[in-house]
Design a binder for this molecule. Structure first.
Ligand code: SF4
Ligand code: SF4
Ligand code: FES
Length: 866
């Protein structure tokens, strides 16, 4: 430790600290503009000048190392005068347009000017101007789809440029020219549209960078701020929602170092505009003669309860099914399954609408073994079957930090190139669906190279000899990669001190997902990852509360806590708590529910905040079967084809309008505050379920979101102590016990099942999210639509050559199910024989090409000739 004195106060700081760190430690304010503890300090603005004894010149506190015995003065006349001169120089060119600047009220320059009480300037020269009009200081330029730059206001602190290059590791923003002529600008011919671009607006200390959706809409001091959590991907970034008059004006980061370190992606930042979409459904709607009539809540509950009761009485409890949502809170989902199990008496409950072939639920909580922070501590990160930047932007950002700042190693393997791949020491792009062969071959290499600790791990000889089928040479052919790629990866994982494996969407949706998981588990076991520190195998679920919906038991064969229905002791516990008899037989998953509707077995369906027509991987089938229902109730925030055909539509509240808890991928249970009252007559989903239950003489009498959260904490072992009033605003992790115990683990053979070529439809159809979208929910966001407007398909270079297709040509993607007309994008990230179509655009529904019964989805590509 170093001891120094600041303004007469002794302070001890760690070796390597700066004078500014020391000042902050004892709560002494020194103004800063260019400094941010998350960025490398460069001492650009010089506003943090302080006087240090025995140093003739004033020193810049943010880059001056603290030294033993140093005596620092921040308030001496010399220090104060130095900072005043810096302010004069800044204001010499900075326009004094605070009254009309969008940053007014939250501008660091304005605050420092206010604190230093400088009300005059010796500078009389004309101000330096950039850009166009001599009349106005609004000389602004749009530098990206959602960002404006007003260069006249720039104080050249380089925070935006440093964030872009150091943290986002992008190159779409730079500083050009030098000295007083320095200009911040997008790269020539480029726009700033990396997936983290909004952070530069947030960290700009002045009004030089402003957000297109937010600017000039409201003054910040007229808003209220509420703590929330992003409702798109499962990373669980913390948000502050800025609201006024029942409207969200913007979302900014709410720093939680364990999760996001104060950065959020543009999807989370700008996609909150869906909350105030003008088409929000705000009243219950009843279908009558092809029209939707607004009705009261009493009429809606009366109609819903009568319909559900009469169908249940006429048929049976199992003629009713329910779909929950990976975007709804734990409380909403918990109450949904409780209502359908206890009041209706059915286990036909699911929420996995994106998957035709869902992975069996695990027997423990589904969260990651490792924390997000572990990514910085592990020796090797291995990403398999995951377009990380797209699916989990903040995990991607953390991994970039681990690689570029902390020297961690990254290896990426996927069926197509991914953006995170450029940070990898090894990027393997294997043939579609060859993961099992690849993983087995790596396992074989580990054994062959003596990299498995056989003193600790049990490796049956028959397993080892079976694995010999997967020689690197033979497997290289199966995977269309080289043998040396397999061998190099085996060496890396076998020799790593620690390794975290991340499995993504391509594994969850894989035709043989159970096999891929098993092969990955075998590999993790052989590499010793079940017992090494900062190591583990992690399956990354996709949406904001995918983990919570599973943990709450919105599954046909699992009770809350993912406890199997067959666990009679736990079932009895719930029966006592809920005062009911629970159905014992497993229910249907989403696909089976739809098939049962088709057979006439299920007559009533309750859908909470999900869109089966837009998202289930066989749109034609959903469209065919839903009209067969006697009763379809859709509880939602926005209109859709589902609400058109529903008998009853109930207006749920958005995530921003309700309190609740959500469980992120790392198992962090985080709470949200209601930012304002639910719009119009809409209500939180849990409240609708509670009131409907009362209407049906169900047991949910006095029940608030908080009380539901307490019940969850009491009844779900993993959530013990996680009731919302006990959680801090940064949340708390439930600890996953899903990793097999190394002593009990048994290696299992997993045979590789190669896919047979399909002559009529020769291309494998890959689907997934775009980086600026999440499912079809984000398609309602005007801001995100400004970034990614139009659907397209990606075709590999060699296929496009062969089919003579150029960029932007119209093509028809045709499957046995249907056709889509799309613009072609030639992509060097795709392998020959694959085509990628995003899932995010309901107007070009890729699920209309999919078949719920086919293992893989194949298409042909027809060039459209005008
Ligand atoms: S635009 Fe803002 S963040 Fe960027 S250099 Fe200028 S003042 Fe700093
Ligand atoms: S979409 Fe994911 S990464 Fe982006 S802000 Fe939301 S939680 Fe964070
Ligand atoms: S804050 Fe220290 S030089 Fe800018």
């Amino acid at each position: 430790m170093i001891t120094l004195t600041i303004d007469g106060k002794p302070v001890q700081v760690d070796q390597g600290s700066t004078v500014l760190d020391a000042c902050r430690k004892v709560g002494i304010y020194v103004p800063t503009f260019c400094w941010d503890e998350r960025l490398d300090s460069i001492g650009a603005c010089r506003i943090c000048l302080v006087e240090i004894e025995k140093m003739p010149k004033l020193q810049v506190a943010c880059i001056t190392p603290a030294v033993e015995g140093m005596i620092v003065s921040t308030q001496s006349a010399k220090a104060y005068g130095g900072r005043q001169s810096i302010m004069e120089l800044m204001l010499a060119n900075h326009p004094l347009d605070c009254p009309t600047c969008d940053k007014g009220g939250e501008c660091d320059l304005q605050d420092v000017a206010f604190l230093s009480r400088q009300d005059s300037s010796p500078m009389a020269e004309p101000k330096r101007r950039f850009f166009t009009s001599p009349e106005s200081t609004f000389d602004e330029k749009q530098i990206g789809p959602l960002i404006y730059l007003t260069m006249n206001r720039c104080i050249v602190c380089f925070k935006c440029v440093r964030f872009t290059s150091e943290i986002a590791c992008e190159g779409d923003l730079g500083a050009f020219e030098r000295g007083g002529h320095t200009q911040i600008a997008a790269g020539i011919g480029e726009a700033v549209k990396n997936e983290f671009s909004g952070n530069i607006v947030e960290i700009c200390p002045v009004g030089a960078l402003t957000s297109k959706p937010f600017r000039y809409k409201v003054r910040t001091w007229l808003t209220q701020k509420k703590a929330s959590v992003c409702n798109y991907c499962a990373d669980g970034c913390n948000l502050t929602l800025w609201t006024a008059n029942n409207k969200i004006f913007r979302a900014t980061s709410r720093r939680n170092d364990a999760v996001d370190e104060g950065w959020i992606c543009d999807k989370g930042r700008f996609g909150v505009d869906i909350v105030n979409h003008p088409k929000r459904i705000t009243s219950p709607l009843l279908e009558k003669s092809g029209q939707k009539l607004e009705i009261t809540w009493e009429e809606a509950y009366e109609f819903a309860s009568k319909s559900l009761k009469s169908i249940k009485e006429k048929h049976c409890s199992n003629s009713v099914a329910a779909i929950g949502s990976a975007h709804c809170s734990n409380e909403d989902n918990y109450l949904l399954q409780k209502f359908f199990r206890s009041v209706i008496g059915t286990n036909h409950i699911d929420h996995r609408v994106f998957y035709k072939n869902p992975l069996p639920a695990s027997n423990s909580i589904c969260a990651m073994q490792n924390s997000i922070e572990d990514l910085e501590k592990t020796g090797l990160i291995f990403v398999l079957g995951c377009d990380l930047t797209v699916e989990h932007p903040i995990l991607g950002l953390r991994i970039k930090k681990a690689v570029t700042k902390l020297g961690q190693k990254l290896i990426v393997a996927n069926n197509r190139g991914t953006k995170i791949g450029k940070f990898a020491s090894q990027e393997i792009v294997y043939k579609f669906s060859s993961e099992v062969a690849f993983l087995n071959a790596v396992a074989h290499q580990l054994l062959q190279s003596g990299l498995v600790d056989k003193n600790k791990l049990r490796v049956p000889s028959e397993f080892e000899s079976w694995l010999k089928e997967f020689s690197s040479q033979r497997t290289a052919d199966d995977c269309s990669i080289s043998a040396s790629e397999i061998e190099a990866f085996a060496q890396a994982i076998g020799r790593a001190q620690s390794c975290i494996i991340l499995l993504g969407r391509d594994v969850i949706t894989h035709p043989y997902h159970k096999d891929v998981l098993q092969a990955a588990q075998n590999l993790a076991y052989l590499a010793g990852l079940f017992e090494k520190e900062f190591s583990g195998l992690n399956l990354l679920w996709e949406y904001s509360n995918s983990c919570g919906a599973q943990d709450m038991g919105v599954l046909p064969d699992r009770l809350p806590g993912l406890i199997p229905l067959s666990d009679s002791a736990y079932r009895a516990k719930l029966e006592r708590a809920w005062n009911c008899k629970l159905p014992e037989k497993s229910g249907y998953n989403v696909k089976q529910i739809l098939e049962a509707i088709d057979r006439g077995e299920i007559k009533a369906l309750y859908v909470m905040q999900e869109d089966l027509i837009a998202n289930f991987p066989d749109q034609g089938f959903v469209r065919k079967v839903l009209p067969k229902l006697e009763f379809l109730l859709v509880q939602t925030i926005l209109p859709s084809e589902m609400t058109k055909i529903a008998h009853l539509v109930l207006p749920g509240a958005s995530f921003a309008e309700k309190e609740g808890t959500y469980t992120s991928d790392e198992g962090r249970v985080q709470k949200t505050q209601a930012a304002f009252k639910p719009l119009g007559n809409s209500k939180p989903d849990w409240q609708i379920l509670r009131e409907l239950s009362l209407w049906m003489q169900g047991p949910f009498v006095h029940y608030s979101s908080q009380e539901i959260s307490e019940e969850i904490a009491n009844l779900v072992p993993a959530y013990s102590g996680k009731q919302s009033n006990k959680l801090s605003l940064t949340g708390e992790r439930i600890l996953s016990n899903g990793q097999p115990n190394v002593g009990d683990y048994q290696l299992k053979r997993v045979d590789f099942q190669p896919l047979q070529p399909n002559k009529e439809y020769p291309f494998h159809l890959l689907t997934g999210n775009l980086v600026s979208h999440s499912g079809t929910l984000s398609s309602w966001s005007a801001s995100l639509r400004a970034v990614a407007k139009e659907v397209f398909c990606e075709i590999s270079v060699s296929d496009s050559d062969q089919l003579q297709i150029n960029n932007d040509d119209w093509v028809e993607i045709e499957s046995a199910q249907g056709k889509l007309k799309l613009r072609a994008r030639i992509s060097d990230r795709l392998r020959e024989g694959t085509v990628f179509v995003p899932i995010n655009f309901p107007e070009a529904p890729v699920n209309s090409l999919l078949d719920k019964d086919s293992l893989v989805d194949t298409v042909k590509i027809n060039k459209i000739i005008d």
